[in-house]
Design a protein around this ligand. Structure first.
Ligand code: SAM
Length: 406
């Protein structure tokens, strides 16, 4: 079978999967998805079955250390974010972060009377996107600009929707400035290391979420960049456990020196989960309510790496000690029980703090409706916050995450 025919077949199959999973919901986006050749926007040589996978981003540019700086995002994320924006024919859309493919989908959805402006900070990315859009027949339907989209896009007024396709730690005041009064801002927002693509609408002077989707994105560069802090803790053999902080890094990380050689502790929660069930909402709960929360990466050979890695990418630091999320087989044999294992003189305390939040999540959040997110720009005062609300400080405002109770 020729490549184009095979690509069309895989695209239709992927559209079916996205419909079945509920990511693809509107007829216009479905038609767009079936029409735009995703394979025309990935690097030459990318296998078609990689291009047309539900959850696979294809990296288009890396930095000198091999980190991804630009990619064609995973299909499910692109589709979910466009649905979040609730676009209609004739609307104007600003896409922050270019690549070509997503902009072509947007052009199909807003139609010939709509407007799509795609902005990227990286001239190599905009050159590539411009060329690919032209080749695919979208050259005159998308305006591609090179600029830091953390700042106002001068010469352009307001947009009905702004879709940010790069990981943001904070909302840029420029996005709020260029969002129409009735507009929707869709943004992959990082909250203490945990990301959600959040659709925000204005409500008086603040923004309130209409939906949120689990996602991951390459981090924003330029004025909106936010540096992670990482602490490398070597064990006796020089193998390293790394703790990464998006926010709230300890004031004195030297207290953790030699911690892997210190005493160990563990605390179990009695909270179980069946195999194969997502617990992404637990990560968000930790991000909201567990001070000292961080991400953990364990090199092969270190003790934390000897357990199933996927279960404990999260940790919490307490002074000279840290604990990490762990599991053991559940007594009833149906899944696993959550707990925390710890290192250091105050490891038990750190593990206890994590387990307290596992239990609080189980009691107050699990199997309940999704939380609501709000953004309060500097100068506004949060009001009417429900009881179960986490508050995260950002540079340009505050994020609140409110879990429904009762
Ligand atoms: C995931 S890619 C965009 C994917 C694209 N929308 C697509 O069609 O799949 C993220 C892009 O954001 C860009 N970016 C990072 N910081 C930016 C900034 N401050 N302003 C504009 N673009 C930025 C990166 O250069 C990168 O190309």
């Amino acid at each position: 079978m020729r490549d184009e025919a095979r690509a069309a077949e895989l695209r239709d199959k992927l559209a079916g999967e996205l419909l079945a999973a509920g990511y693809l919901r509107s007829a216009r986006l479905e038609a767009a998805f079936r029409a735009v050749p995703r394979h025309a926007f990935v690097p030459a040589g990318t296998p078609l079955d990689v291009t047309y996978q539900v959850d696979r981003a294809v990296v288009t540019k890396r930095d000198e250390r091999g980190g991804a700086v630009s990619s064609v995002s995973a299909a499910y994320v692109q589709v979910a974010m466009i649905e979040q924006a609730e676009l209609k024919p004739g609307m104007s859309v600003l896409e922050v972060g270019s690549g070509g493919y997503n902009a072509a989908l947007l052009a199909e959805v807003v139609g010939p009377d709509g407007q799509v402006v795609s902005v990227d900070i990286d001239p190599e990315v905009t050159e590539r996107a411009t060329a690919l859009l032209h080749a695919a027949g979208y050259g005159d339907r998308v305006t591609v600009l090179t600029a830091d989209a953390g700042r106002e896009i001068s010469g352009w007024g307001s947009f009905d929707a702004i879709i940010v396709t790069v990981g943001a730690w904070d909302l840029s005041p420029a996005w709020l400035g260029q969002l129409a009064a009735h507009g929707t801002l869709v943004v992959p927002l990082r909250m203490n290391g945990v990301s959600r693509s959040i659709a925000f609408r204005r409500s008086d002077a603040h923004l309130i979420s209409t939906s949120a989707v689990v996602c991951g994105f390459v981090p924003m560069r330029g004025v909106g960049a936010h540096a992670n802090r990482e602490f490398r803790l070597p064990d006796a053999e020089g193998r390293v456990v790394t703790l990464g902080f998006d926010d709230g890094a300890p004031d004195d990380p030297a207290l953790l020196d030699g911690v892997l050689a210190g005493p160990r502790a563990e605390v179990w929660s009695g909270v179980t989960i069946r195999h194969g069930v997502s617990f992404a909402d637990l990560h968000l709960w930790f991000a909201g309510f567990l001070p000292g929360f961080c991400k953990l990466a364990a090199e092969d050979g270190t003790e934390p790496a000897q357990e199933r890695k996927t279960w404990f990418p999260f940790a919490v630091v307490r002074g000279d000690s840290f604990a990490y999320l762990s599991v053991r087989p559940a007594l009833d044999g149906t899944g696993v029980e959550f707990g925390a294992r710890a290192y250091g003189r105050h490891g038990h305390e750190a593990a206890r703090a994590m387990v307290d939040q596992i239990q609080a999540w189980n009691d107050l959040s699990r199997n309940r409706p999704e939380p609501t997110f709000a953004y309060w720009p500097t100068g506004t005062t949060p009001v009417h916050l429900p009881e179960c609300t986490a508050v995260l400080n950002k540079t340009n405002g505050l994020v609140t995450i409110s879990w429904p109770t009762g």
